[in-house]
Ligand binder design. Structure first.
Ligand code: GTP
Ligand code: MG
Length: 331
């Protein structure tokens, strides 16, 4: 049964009243790609703009099984106990494939999900549902406008989604497993460049020696890595999400980083730069949509793809031909 749509002013009122149900529905609205919802989304974002900007925006990443959910629950509960409110958003590209991970996550973060000062929003389940897109930036702004002290964005440690999240937060935390070893040479190099802090999780019990080893390897590697935040040296910490150790130190580091940004008057420029990046992403997406919908492009596309595949023309020539088709007036 479809529920009545909320107007923008009803959403604002719901936010002012601290109604989480309204927040959940507002996020559903921004995730919708139905044309009538897009206009409402933009109205809503304009209307809440003056309420945004005050949260600590934190990204958390790490490979499946590293302990992200356990860590977020532990840190989140500690923060709520210290009187802070926290919203958790998830960007989970794997959920389209594995399906069940969202439910699993909510269950794993059960205590936090129940807490009155917390809000957990799993990623949109699957594009197969139609008309749903990840609109994490918009959701982040909604959580901020709602008044959360901390907005945490979780992403699985695979490829593009990490960079995307790192570009929308103030602080990017990377969770690693004990036993870094030779993996350092491979894919993990790239992610170190995004990190403001690396935490080796599961530093408990018999894992401890391996965790210490990993800590010193990541620590050394970070010395040679270009810092993600100018003038900030990312360190490697040991934590145990399960035993709840090292969490206070992590939070202190996040606060120290926040002061670093504020003292250097770097927070506002950082967010401005992120907004410019966002503008360009939107622009690229819209241009590509227009391009693909263009009649002359559609007419030429298959043939050009064929020719490129066969080696008759180069990809660059193919692209130029298609751009010409895009610019040619409709016949
Ligand atoms: N020993 C130990 N186990 C942990 C710790 N943190 C998490 N685990 C365990 O590791 C497993 C995976 O933890 P999750 O928190 O679900 O990991 P995740 O990164 O959220 O995994 P995905 O959601 O699949 O990406 C669970 O069995 C946890 O109990 C820790 O600090 N120490
Ligand atoms: Mg998880």
């Amino acid at each position: 049964m479809a529920r009545q749509v909320l107007t923008v002013s009803e959403i604002i009122q719901g936010f002012a009243a601290g109604d989480r149900g309204t927040l959940a529905r507002a996020i559903t609205l921004v995730e919708s790609s139905r044309p009538e919802d897009i206009q409402r989304r933009e109205e809503l974002l304009t209307a809440i703009a003056h309420l945004t900007g005050k949260s600590k925006r934190i990204g958390i990443s790490g490979v499946p099984g590293v302990g992200k959910s356990t860590f977020i629950e532990a840190l989140g509960l500690w923060l709520t106990e210290s009187g802070k409110s926290i919203a958790v958003l998830a960007v989970d590209p794997s959920s389209t494939i594995s399906g069940g991970s969202i439910l699993g996550d909510k269950a794993r973060m059960n205590a936090l999900a129940q807490h009155p000062n917390a809000f957990i929003r799993p990623s949109p389940s699957a594009s197969s549902l139609g008309g749903i897109a990840t609109r994490t930036r918009e959701s982040l702004l909604l959580c901020e406008a709602f008044g959360f002290d901390v907005v945490l964005v979780e992403t699985v440690g695979v490829g593009q989604s990490e960079t995307m999240v790192a570009e929308m937060v103030d602080f990017f935390l990377v969770l690693m497993l004990p036993g870094a070893g030779d993996e350092l040479q491979g894919i993990k190099r790239g992610i170190l460049e995004l990190a403001d802090l690396v935490c080796v999780n599961k530093a408990d019990g018999k894992n401890l020696p391996l965790a210490r080893e990993a800590q010193s390897e990541y620590g050394a590697a970070l010395h040679y890595t270009r810092p993600h935040t100018e003038g900030w040296h990312a360190q490697a910490f040991l934590v145990s999400a399960l035993k709840k150790t090292g969490l206070v130190e992590v939070w202190q580091e996040i606060e120290k980083h926040h002061s670093h940004l504020c003292n250097n008057k770097a927070l506002i420029p950082l967010r401005k730069k992120q907004l410019r990046g966002w503008l360009w992403q939107e622009l690229k997406a819209l241009l590509l949509e227009d391009f693909k919908a263009h009649a002359h492009v559609q007419a030429a596309l298959t043939a050009i793809e064929e020719e490129v595949q066969n080696g008759t023309i180069s990809p660059a020539t193919g692209a130029q031909t298609l751009i010409k088709a895009f610019h040619s007036p409709p016949s």
